[in-house]
Design a protein around this ligand. Structure first.
Ligand code: ARG
Length: 458
């Protein structure tokens, strides 16, 4: 009975086929094969060094595992559902290949610390990869910002025209967000990068293992300090999912703006054809599918965070089978954020900017009204009074269907005697932008310096 099962000893009846399928994780955790083998090799070397297994057995195990790695990578490995997960698929194959030595590999170890190790090894590499994708996006944004250092657009609040800003300044706002996302991932990595192996099933092991030696081989700067925690903890995965959710939130805001800016009402940008699709009925359509889909995929990334939080909620210590549900949300999020970042970097690089339309829109909607108020303040008026004066001038413009730039000096002076010919130089969009020459402001010089700062790693 249950002959093929590595844990079959105390069982008398074979596992129901459907139960077997339902409880297996090999369908998705085979992704961890490389980490599983790497971890097992380090474990075997340690067992050999400590004299827990013989050096001959250790050599047999290491070579056997290397062979299995080749077989998996060469597509010659049959993963079996009845062997449940990646750990037992590999271990069973090892024992089939090298006999008794293979059956000694699991000494002083449990699948509970093994799976925690595999996920940490896997996530560690993936975080580095996500970070490189973030760098690609940052680079594309910096290039566009530099190319658009003279492009002026309307800045919005409530999606209503507020004040003119540099398009580069707007792009640099996203640079700040993605830099923070990168910082969060780097921070998360410190907590992922801890060796759990040695925790055993939950309480540690009776064998004289050398955890520091394993940590060294696997490049872990730290080892976990409580065996119960080591096998129960999925905070590190949750943290990654939370960081990924925030990153997708940023990408979805950016997506929304790209979608809006490419409408015929805005016409601020044009996404290259490769990132759009047509309509099967409306011949004129060019739909911004890529940003729409990234915006949409944000939902599944949030969902994955909620899924794992909910799985972990109220689980008693230590390992519970519930925790097998950690992998799919994690893998899906990794795939989704990598794909989204990669496609975004390419899209931003190829995006065409309609400088003329942005500039035209920047001058509309009384965008320089605040500049007139500031002008009056410089002439001695308290800001609140200046605000009132300009409000009246705006109302006059609305009534007469004109813009602020159309007012003559005589008209201006209807609202305040303090206004002189120097007002005209104040209310151009360039003047408005460049007047905001403070750290963090949209003045050309400030934005240019910021781009260079970020480029040089600050
Ligand atoms: N497949 C399991 C998982 O992904 C591995 C750990 C199983 N441990 C156990 N005691 N059943 O979580």
């Amino acid at each position: 009975m249950s002959k093929d099962k590595l844990w079959g000893g105390r069982f008398t009846q074979p596992t129901d086929k459907f139960v077997e399928e339902f409880t297996a994780s090999i369908q998705f955790d085979k992704r961890l094969y490389h980490q599983d083998i790497r971890g097992s090799i380090a474990h075997a070397r340690m067992l050999g060094k400590q004299g827990i297994i013989s050096l001959e057995d250790m050599e047999l195990i290491v070579h056997g595992l290397q062979k299995i790695l080749e077989q998996i990578e060469g597509g010659e490995f049959d993963f079996s559902i009845s062997l449940e997960d990646i750990h037992m698929n590999i271990e069973a194959r090892l024992s089939a290949a090298i006999g008794e030595a293979g059956k000694r590999l699991h000494t002083g170890r449990s699948r509970n610390d093994q799976v925690a190790l595999d996920i940490r090894l896997y996530l560690r590499d993936e975080i580095v990869e996500v970070t490189t994708y973030l760098d690609l996006l940052l680079d594309a944004l910096l290039n566009q910002a530099e190319a658009n250092i003279d492009t002026i657009m309307p800045g919005f609040t409530h999606l209503q025209t507020a004040q003119p800003i540099l398009f580069a300044h707007h792009l640099m706002a996203y640079v700040e967000m993605f830099k923070r996302d990168k910082g969060r991932l780097e921070d998360c990595l410190r907590r992922v990068n801890v060796l759990p192996l040695g925790a055993g099933a939950l309480a540690g092991t009776t064998f004289p293992i050398d955890r520091e030696y394993v940590a060294e081989q696997l490049d872990f700067p730290l080892i976990t300090r409580n065996s119960l925690d080591a096998v129960s903890d999925r905070d590190f995965a949750l943290e990654f999912l939370a960081d990924a959710s925030i990153m997708m939130m940023h990408l979805s805001r950016f997506s929304e703006e790209l979608i809006l800016w490419s409408t015929s009402a805005f016409q601020f940008i044009e996404l290259s054809d490769g990132f759009c699709t047509g309509s099967s009925i409306m011949p004129q359509k060019k739909n911004p599918d890529v940003p729409e889909l990234v915006r949409g995929k944000t939902g599944r990334v949030y969902g994955n965070l909620m899924a794992l939080l909910t799985t972990m909620k109220a689980l008693p210590l230590a390992y519970n089978k519930d925790m097998q549900e950690d992998k799919e949300p994690l893998f899906d999020t990794i795939d989704t954020v990598k794909g989204s970042l990669k496609i975004f970097a390419d899209m931003i690089r190829e995006m065409r900017v309609n400088t003329e339309n942005m500039r035209k829109a920047a001058g509309q909607g009384f965008s320089t009204a605040t500049d007139v108020a500031d002008y009056l303040v410089r002439k001695g008026l308290p800001f609140r009074d200046a605000h009132e004066v300009v409000g009246k001038a705006v109302a006059y413009c609305v009534e007469n269907e004109m813009d602020i730039a159309d007012l003559s000096l005589t008209e201006w002076q209807l609202f305040s005697a303090k206004i002189d010919t120097d007002i005209f130089a104040c209310i151009t969009v360039e003047a408005s932008v460049n007047a905001r020459n403070i750290p963090g402001g949209t003045a050309r010089e400030r934005v240019w310096n910021e781009i260079q700062n970020v480029r040089s790693g600050n």
